[in-house]
Ligand binder design. Structure first.
Ligand code: URP
Ligand code: ZN
Ligand code: ZN
Length: 464
């Protein structure tokens, strides 16, 4: 087969090795990886000397155009995936929120009808579970058959589920090849603290943090792990942000339990101190950023493998919407932008020496594909996988400014953060979608990618 594109002379980074090689792409797939590959007459050659050749990141956690907090998150599937492409992310897992009474396959169809004409890079879904009454529980299996085997339950928010429903979903997941994710915070404690601070007229953004401090999340993490253990089911904890939870995950994994933790760049970079800032409301998300000890525990978890993935929880809102809560933290829509910043930030931390590039690739791409049944297509520079490729310039120096970002949000919590190195080019299934600060992709060119059922016996999950 003729070579369409040849990435020549770069250093290929996988989750476990780094080596000098050329990478050939034909028909949107990686077809050869070798020391020296000769281009065909019509091959377009991408010179990669001095650059790293990486798999595109997979963002395991986004909320695009999601009705939430009295509004709709600012980025839709077009602007969100455009921003993703410009930050080296070539696949996003977006959260569908099931409607009450809605069978899960209908939820997929409802959201895919919106996503398909808009997406600039490939996407898949998780489904946020609200209702498993009657026949709905059994419609989970139909979602798995449709290529969406991952579900998330919320222990908080007005649509959160009881521990009984959580257990029921965990128990059911085992027989249908599904993985249950959880947003773990103790709802009763959140309500208790919130009511207390409202009574005391303490309503600044700092009290968002104090109403959901370390123990609120840690207790729920421990409980979620206990429920998964009791059900004999695997568990994926989303946006883990605290040390007690990290310890619980580490202990569970040492016992051999299939518990996977995801954290987010905002928890790795910021601490709860941001809520004391005059613009603290812009950082309001749940769970909130925690103290330094939690941040240290998360970085340790990344280093020792207790954290399996890093994802954004991208859920942006406009400044004017964040301002609803200027005088009352309860009115601030929860969530922050990050879809364009995750891979550049994690790679910059690698470039600065905190982690290896291999680790950044592992947590931002390879492990995500393995856990969510996507390793047949995505997550590695490997023959046969989609040519989702990032050419990374370790010498670039970029300070993040919202005016240079490619989403629809009018501010970013990452403003002013200095990065060492930056993605120079992003390729999605062999198509150039980003180069030198410019989006070059196309609305609607991204496609839904079906995930395989998630079984613990799969070789991908065995050694994670
Ligand atoms: O604050 C957040 N994280 N907003 C998005 C919804 C969620 O809980 O993931
Ligand atoms: Zn959540
Ligand atoms: Zn989320």
């Amino acid at each position: 087969m003729a070579i369409d594109t040849l990435f020549k002379g770069g250093k290929v980074v996988t989750d476990s090795s780094t080596f000098r090689a050329d990478v050939a792409v034909s028909g949107g797939r990686i077809t050869q990886i070798a020391q020296s590959i000769k281009p065909d007459a019509a091959t377009s050659v991408v010179g990669c000397r001095g650059k790293l050749v990486l798999p595109g990141a997979i963002d395991a956690h986004t909320h695009l155009a999601m009705p939430f907090g009295g509004t709709i998150s600012t980025d839709d599937y077009e602007t969100g995936t455009r921003a993703a492409a410009c930050g080296g992310t070539t696949t996003v897992f977006d959260f569908i929120l099931q409607d009450f009474g809605e069978p899960f396959p209908d939820a997929i169809a409802r959201r895919d009808a919106i996503a398909a004409p808009q997406a600039c890079v490939d996407y898949s879904f998780h489904i946020g579970v609200k209702d498993v009454s009657g026949k709905l529980l059994h419609s989970m299996a139909d979602a798995v058959k449709a290529g969406v085997p991952s579900f998330k339950v919320f222990m908080v928010y007005d649509f959160g589920v009881s521990d009984g429903v959580f257990y029921e979903v965990l128990d059911h997941s085992k027989s249908i090849g599904a993985l249950i994710g959880v947003h773990a915070e103790n709802n009763d404690l959140v309500n208790y603290f919130t009511e207390k601070y409202v009574r005391e007229k303490k309503l600044s953004a700092w009290y968002h943090y104090l109403s959901r401090p370390e123990a609120v999340e840690g207790e729920a993490d421990v409980r979620a792990i206990n429920l998964a253990k009791a059900a004999g089911a695997p568990l994926y904890i989303v946006h883990l942000a605290n040390a007690q939870g990290m310890e619980a995950v580490t202990r569970a994994r040492a016992e051999g339990l299939p518990v996977f933790a995801e954290t987010c760049p905002q928890y790795l970079h910021f601490t709860s101190d941001v809520y004391k800032r005059p613009d603290g409301r812009n950082f309001v998300c749940s769970p909130p950023m925690k103290g330094k000890a939690s941040q240290r525990a998360l970085w340790e978890g990344i280093a020792n493998g207790a954290v399996s993935t890093v994802a954004t929880d991208h859920c942006p809102f406009l400044k004017k919407e964040k301002d609803w809560g200027k005088a009352d933290f309860r009115k601030i829509p929860n969530g922050c932008a990050g879809i364009e910043n995750m891979y550049p930030y994690m790679l910059s931390e690698a470039n600065k020496g905190r982690i290896s590039y291999n680790k950044a690739v592992e947590v931002c791409a390879t492990n995500v594909a393995k856990i969510f049944g996507l390793a047949h297509r995505k997550g590695a520079i490997e023959i046969g996988r989609d040519a989702d490729i990032v050419v990374y310039d370790p010498k670039a120096r970029v300070t993040i400014e919202n005016k240079n970002m490619h989403g629809a949000t009018d501010h970013t919590i990452w403003e002013g953060v200095a990065l060492k190195g930056y993605p120079e080019q992003t390729w999605s299934r062999g198509r150039l979608v980003y180069k030198d600060g410019k989006f070059l992709g196309e609305k609607g060119a991204g496609a839904f990618v079906a995930c395989k059922p998630i079984h613990l016996s799969s070789p991908d999950l065995n050694n994670l």
